[in-house]
Design a binder for this molecule. Sequence first.
Ligand code: UD1
Length: 424
Amino acid sequence: MDKLVIQGGHRLSGAVQASGSKNSALPLMAATLLSNGGAVTLHRIPDLKDIRTFRKLLEYLGVEISDQANTLSISTSNIRCAHAPYELVKQMRASIYVLGPLLARFGHASVSLPGGCAFGPRPIDLHLMTMEKLGASVSIEKGFIEAQVRGKRLKGAQIDFPISSVGATGNALMASVLAEGITTINNAAVEPEIVTLCRFLNAMGADIRGIGTPSLEIEGVQQLNATEFTNIFDRIEAATLLTAGAITGSSITVTDADPSQLTSVLGKLEQTGCRVITDTRSITLQSPDVLSRTDVIANPYPLFPTDMQAQWIALMTQAQGVSHIIDKVYHERFNHIPELNRLGAHIEIKDNEATVYGPEKLTGTKVMSTDLRASACLVLAGLVAEGVTEVLRIYHLDRGYEHIEKKLSSLGAIVKRESYQEFI
Ligand code: UD1
């Protein structure tokens, strides 16, 4: 296994480029299943474990994929099955994204249930409800979602989501673009990753209106065709890097990042006393001498992202005063707190609210990653902790941060990747 060994206490400086978005790349790759011929070209796809896992799943289905640098060429002409096996789906919950496109294109799909999650229950009821609304029979058999279109094609319908779900909105879009007639989606997620999926589907020939609003209207078309498309930047990676700048009292720039997709995080960084300077393609952060406590509540876009909640808690361990961090998306997503406390932080947790008493001096030790963003939070803490912090089990981190140790090193951090053996 790999670990990151971080020598804390070094200031960062310079500029680093944001990678392509993982959470956007996954639905884009799934949507290629809808294309009827020719190769789809996707640019700015990050080289990450989750992308490789999803690629394996698509290849299992019969999709042919070649890559060069961060570009994938994807051909879906020879798909041989609509069955997503447990062994691949269990590695990544986002595998559920194949449900909608497989059903729309082939009339049936068999997708393993994704299984447990490190940060509490993550139901898929809204994905299933969506497929039923669009005219599929859905049942759970032996741990698999078995979905079958009633009649010849899926049929347009009105889908009212009781809560905002990125994944269910993505699946609803990918299923409805080939459905007969008009589908309306109310309370659709408005995350940039969903906007990007809509734009990609339209580039393939779909007819989606209301893009970027919670009310989407989709007029089904007969078929979609190959296209060439460039993915957006990873707003969570960019925000994590900026937070690395803030926690170390540094000035850094993240390039190839559109600040308009990060208004909530940038606003909160400003409240801590950081100066944020933006142009259309880059974000510079200048840290204050003393960080001020700043409360956040994680909520769907455009509010503060749950995927930055853990990193924010790490930052607040270094801020002056008591801060409160509430997660309204995932109420149990707080596995990082005991590990931060082992580094010397003083954080209390009650229900879905963390109270951080800052500033506390952190001291390096071994800490364990438990999920993707928790790992990022421990890396941030390691950057400011006195001495050496070893972040173990960084396979979680590798799911979502492209070449993270290289990026941090290029900014002046002392970070090394080493392999180690775990004693069980
Ligand atoms: C996506 C992101 C993830 C991020 C999350 C919230 C990807 C690959 N992952 O996950 O990084 O943390 O959005 O921004 O893009 N829910 C239900 N029933 C469902 C589906 C969801 O109750 O059928 C609930 C979830 O438990 C959660 C909320 O809806 O409380 C939002 O989840 P959702 O937006 O669906 O998250 P994902 O798409 O899984």
